[in-house]
Design a binder for this molecule. Sequence first.
Ligand SMILES: [Zn+2]
Length: 339
Amino acid sequence: MYKLKKIFALLIVLSAVLSGLPAMAAEDAAELYNSRVAAKAAQMEQKYGVTIKYPGPNPNYVGIGPGTLNTMDSSLDKIGPALVKRLSAWSREYTGRRLVLDFTFRPSFDHIAENALAGYTPELSLMEFVVPTPGSNSFISGCTPIAITHEFGHLFYEFIVNAHRGENLRQNWSRLNGQGYSGRFVMSTHASSYAAVTLEEDFAETFAFALIMTRPGLSMSARMLNSQGGDTRLGLKVKYLETLIRKYTPEAADTLENIAKSRNVKSSAVWNGMSFSGTSLEFMGYTAPHNVIKPLLRYLGITAAKTPLWEPEIGGWDVAASGGRRYLVFPSGSSAELA
Ligand SMILES: [Zn+2]
């Protein structure tokens, strides 16, 4: 999408660079911004074999920023470019359509669970990620590391179930889970409470957590082993996931390397002399997500005295608030006061 516009925008930037204009009119700033988004999207389309769609100018700027695409790119990197490419190629074979990653506005989705902010429709070869409308009061986004990898977990599931029927994925997974899907969450069985809802969601959550819970503070390693040192049901599911990757997508060695890290992760991260843990750290190592901080601070009731500083090491903003207090603010909407 926006192919013509993309070329046009790139030409404008090139001519601006060549003529070395010192000052920039408002429309030129918008064009430059839009062309940066378009260039990053084009690079990712090439890298992963996908099509990226996003809301158009509103009024002059496109509806996502480079930060949105950086979040997507870093998350796809956690899944591993080889596996993403293989899955997008399969989706194209299966449906006759290129896999579309569609960023979309849904202003009414203000306070609902993260998983409903993203979705995958196999028959349409379509993944949708809700992003906050610029100027809205919402900071909740479907463009988060866990949501993105979760949707690719669904795609991997469809790939196995449709292209490798002999695997009997449902039966095998069901056996490892050992109980039905009643919604009753068991720490040593499910990656998250959402995983206890259905087999498909369990598979997608296990896939996402095995890839994301690989950094300090983002840990489920203890839950993967029982007190005797053997695997828990969760540990067995992660092992089965690795078997599937090794068997059906042998080119995805980087994915396996990343999952292997999930077995040996410190349960907390130390930053600024304080300990942090939990899924709010999912942006650890990422660049700042786009278009989130202002409504987020409003939601938390924090008035920033200075421009918040993104801290990639911990994946949150260091906010000097008016009144001399200092906070670490996470994109998920949680915060901690710093000493
Ligand atoms: Zn899901």
